[in-house]
Design a protein around this ligand. Structure first.
Ligand SMILES: *[C@@H]1O[C@H](CO)[C@@H](O)[C@H](O)[C@H]1NC(C)=O
Ligand SMILES: [Zn+2]
Length: 503
């Protein structure tokens, strides 16, 4: 009888145990399945890495994981969750940044022409001959001129060179001057207390700089040097947004927007001759949105004229300026529907934290007008129907993480909606918007911050490669096979050089 009892007890226990262990197995399997499903869904998961790429992947993953795992234990050490101004220099010292810097990154598809280069570069421009300055209370104006300018000035116009050397301390003078060409400050959290404040300071930068940059010889030099900076950041092609301001020269000539577009075309042609490994430039004419319909109508005429006179150079049309305050796209719907017969659109839309308001609802208008890509699309996360639509229509979202952080949409980049766009495999291209204004490299900082601070910990080299490829795939280039083939060659060279320890 004891045997029977022992047998029963033992048998029961085993039954219970085996049931528990089956359930445990099931839970584990289900978890693995769900986990794998999500990993397989994320942007870049379709990329297959070669053996060499796998080795480079191990290197970058180790570097990335070290930062993340330290950050989990000591959040204060996780630099990219802080304000960009705090860490923009220190991250340049990391090996991961150095690798990303060397990485071929494809194209820049969302950048504004006069905010690409650093304030140091702009300060260098103030050493140009015949530049006059007018120091007013808390502001400064510039103008190139043969003689003392006649334009109004609250104080007096003087040659910048004279002002600099009579200041008694050139270094201090230049340091003060440089502050006008950057929005970087020591205490952004105290000064940039709301989005309108940071935008107004940001816009002052453009106004102030216009006297320097719209002098035709400087305009052309700046653009040439901007292309050089892109090339140094391993970028091979650019679609540039410009308001096409009127340029001027010392003879009193003022040139129209067509001439400004032509000067971009000439500079980019010259650049491609000097650096045949660069694939050139296309223009997205992007005038200011805070205007009335008749102005938008005249903008559209300018765009058509550029397209006729400089065939093949114009990628399309956009409207720029702070969306929260500017006119919504729907305000110009009649003009834009008509213009859509001739022009492609690349609208800024949804660069906002609002939900159900005109700036985020711009995304509806952009989509129905047939926009080729969406600039920012920060608010897209709140619009599931639009997410479906952009997937269906394969409309790329041009995401500018650092811009969104600096211009006050998101404080900690871990909360940027891009992390969800990447997880859902939305068509994303990474871009930079105005890197010079916040002293970032053309694209390396955005790639680094996205890789370390925004993307899933498990996202790896496949994501980086996919983002670079997307920037070519979603460009307006006709012969994409050619540029993608060239990209692949450079990519293999990059992989080999990292394996040799060159970073
Ligand atoms: C983070 O910032 C600190 C202080 O600036 C620096 O010492 C450290 O090297 C940085 N860490 C990384 C991984 O960038
Ligand atoms: Zn922009």
């Amino acid at each position: 009888m004891w045997l029977v009892i022992v047998y029963l007890l033992f048998g029961d226990a085993q039954l219970v145990l085996s049931t528990v262990s089956d359930r445990y197995e099931n839970v584990i399997n289900e978890r693995d399945t769900l986990f794998k499903k999500e990993i397989d869904m994320m942007l870049g998961s379709d990329i297959v890495l070669s053996d060499s790429e796998e080795k480079v992947n191990e290197i970058i993953i180790e570097l990335k994981h070290r930062e993340l795992d330290t950050g989990l234990l000591e959040p204060g050490q996780f630099n990219v969750s802080k304000h960009f101004f705090e860490y923009k220099e220190t991250i340049k010292e990391t090996n991961l940044f150095k690798i990303i810097k060397r990485m071929p990154k494809g194209a820049i598809l969302h950048a504004h022409d006069i905010a690409i280069l650093s304030p140091d570069y702009v300060l260098g421009l103030t050493y140009s001959e015949k530049l006059y300055v007018c120091f007013e209370e808390d502001d400064v104006r510039f103008l190139f001129s043969k003689d003392i300018p006649k334009d109004t000035c609250g104080t007096r116009w003087q040659l910048l060179r004279d002002a600099r050397f009579s200041s008694g301390n050139v270094e201090k003078f230049d340091a003060e001057l440089k502050k006008y060409f950057t929005i970087v400050i020591d205490n952004p959290e105290e000064v940039y207390t709301d989005i309108n404040i940071v935008w107004s300071i940001f816009q002052d930068y453009f106004v102030r700089f216009s006297g320097i940059i719209s002098y035709k010889p400087v305009w052309e030099k700046y653009f040439y040097d901007a292309l050089k900076a892109l090339r140094d950041d391993n970028i091979m092609y650019l679609e540039i947004r410009s308001t096409l301001p009127q340029l001027y020269d010392l003879e009193g000539n003022v040139f129209d927007s067509l001439a400004t577009a032509q000067s971009y075309k000439d500079v980019s042609d010259k650049f491609v001759i000097d650096y045949p490994d660069f694939y050139g430039v296309k223009l997205i004419y992007s005038p200011l949105r805070l205007v009335d319909y008749s102005t938008v109508k005249s903008y559209i005429e300018i765009a058509k004229n550029i397209d006729n006179k400089i065939p093949g150079f114009l990628a399309g049309f956009d409207l720029v300026g702070q969306e929260d305050l500017g006119a919504p796209i729907k305000y110009f719907l009649p003009q834009l529907v008509e213009a859509g017969k001739y022009l492609k659109f690349f609208f800024h839309a949804g660069e906002t934290n609002w939900n159900g308001m005109s700036p985020d609802e711009n995304i509806f208008d952009a989509i129905v007008l047939g926009t080729q890509r969406i600039g920012h699309g920060f608010a897209l996360a709140k619009h599931p129907v639009l997410i479906e639509e952009i997937k269906k229509r394969d409309i790329a979202i041009e995401v500018n993480v650092i811009s969104n952080a600096v211009l006050g949409l998101v404080k900690d980049v871990r909360n940027h909606p891009l992390s969800s766009y990447l997880a859902q495999n939305l068509p994303v291209v990474l871009s930079c918007d105005d890197p010079g204004a916040w002293e970032a490299d053309p694209l390396s900082h955005d790639f680094y911050v996205t890789f370390v601070g925004v993307a899933n910990r498990h996202a790896d080299l496949k994501l980086l490669k996919k983002l670079a490829l997307n920037s070519l795939y979603y460009s307006t280039l006709k012969d994409k096979d050619k540029i993608i083939h060239e990209f692949e060659i450079r990519w293999i060279r990059f992989i080999d050089s990292i394996l040799k320890g060159n970073y």
